[in-house]
Design a protein around this ligand. Structure first.
Ligand SMILES: [Zn+2]
Length: 372
């Protein structure tokens, strides 16, 4: 007969204690491993929901944020809660680089909305982003990545339509407005002759036109390229035939040295911010090509006083009929690099001037799309 086994109460306590100990150790290890899983290789610690709440996020926000990648969490904690649209951080496909870029952009463009910027940024490199810009008729494939990058600088809701929004971005990049001024400067292609491009990214160097001729003093004097003179006289005659309108050339051709002195005297008097928008760096002035000139309503008039004159209005409507364009139109300083200059005329010949006027393009973009 088998002896019935009895378990003594003391022994039962030991067993229960042992089991509890094992469970505790296992759970502790699990928590430890779990925590480790929430650390990236960069060593960022997971930020808890309660930490996010102390930063000002509400409970729901804090819970969503606590589930993000620790490195991204770390970034988020660096910025005040009201400047971070946390929904974006948790949205699908959002990556840390974009988030950081957005924060930089927000700092620069306080009117921008984080959602629009990030929505676009997150589509970078996708077919969707590419199609978005290809819908613009002046899309240049080589600029593809730059359109996407530049889009972060534009605030979509300010535009009347998506097409207008895209147009603005494509124009900006085609004009190289997205590139830093005077860096990686290219030499202009002199063979383009009357259509030569000179701007903050393309230099005329120390070249000098060979066919300069004198402008009659009754038209204002100075020098201009021979190809321009007849159309210039015709333009001035035409505007003078209008009741009460008059026009004089001032400061047409300027040499590299003259531009050098002018630029640095502006810089000394007005500082770099003003000078950058109002005067060309030596080698970067259209005046040096002999194809550009400034005009005024009467001799001695300050250029700034030409803004809003009847003559300025007439030129905006008719200059192209004589082969000239208003090179720096109003509201385009981010594209052209210069503030509105209704007095600065650039000669491109009648056909091109007509085309640019009809298409409503800036010369920089026209050049990039049709000439380059
Ligand atoms: Zn000028």
């Amino acid at each position: 007969m088998k002896k019935k086994r009895h378990i003594r109460p003391e022994r039962l306590l030991v067993v229960i204690s042992a089991v509890l100990f094992v469970v505790c150790v296992a759970y502790g290890s699990f928590l430890f491993v779990d925590m480790k899983l929430h650390q990236t290789s960069n060593g960022y610690e997971t930020v808890s929901a309660s930490s996010f709440m102390t930063l000002g996020y509400n409970e729901d926000e804090a819970r969503a944020l606590s589930e993000l990648d620790p490195e991204l969490q770390h970034t988020i904690t660096q910025y005040p809660v009201n400047e971070v649209n946390y929904e974006l951080a948790v949205s699908e496909g959002m990556n840390k680089d974009n988030f950081v870029r957005c924060q930089d952009l927000l700092a620069k463009f306080s009117s921008a909305d984080a959602h629009d910027l990030l929505t676009m940024l997150d589509k970078r490199g996708t077919e969707e982003a590419d199609n978005f810009f290809q819908s613009d008729m002046y899309y240049i494939a080589a600029n593809k990545d730059r359109y996407e990058k530049a889009s972060a600088l534009f605030y979509e809701e300010e535009y009347s339509s998506q097409a207008a929004y895209i147009r603005d971005i494509v124009e900006y990049v085609n004009c190289e407005g997205d590139l830093p001024d005077l860096e990686d400067v290219k030499d202009t292609d002199l063979s383009k002759d009357l259509l030569i491009l000179v701007n903050k990214h393309t230099s005329y160097g120390q070249n000098q036109p060979e066919d300069l001729v004198e402008i009659k003093s009754s038209y204002g004097g100075g020098q201009i390229r021979d190809d321009v003179i007849d159309d210039l006289y015709a333009l001035i005659d035409a505007i003078r035939s209008e009741d009460g309108l008059d026009l004089y050339v001032t400061s047409p051709y300027r040499s590299y040295d003259t531009q050098y002195d002018l630029y640095y005297s502006y810089l000394a008097s007005y500082g770099s911010e003003w000078t950058t928008l109002h005067s060309a760096f030596p080698g970067h002035s259209e005046h040096q090509t002999g194809l550009a000139l400034d005009v005024v309503s009467y001799p001695g008039q300050a250029l700034s006083d030409f803004v809003g004159t009847a003559e300025a209005e007439w030129l905006a409507e008719h200059a192209h009929e004589y082969g000239f364009i208003i090179r720096y139109p109003q509201g385009e300083e981010y594209d052209t690099g210069y503030t509105y200059e209704p007095w600065h005329l650039r000669y491109v010949g009648k056909n091109t001037a007509e085309e640019i006027y009809r298409k409503g393009l800036l010369f920089d973009e026209y050049y990039a799309f049709f000439i380059d």
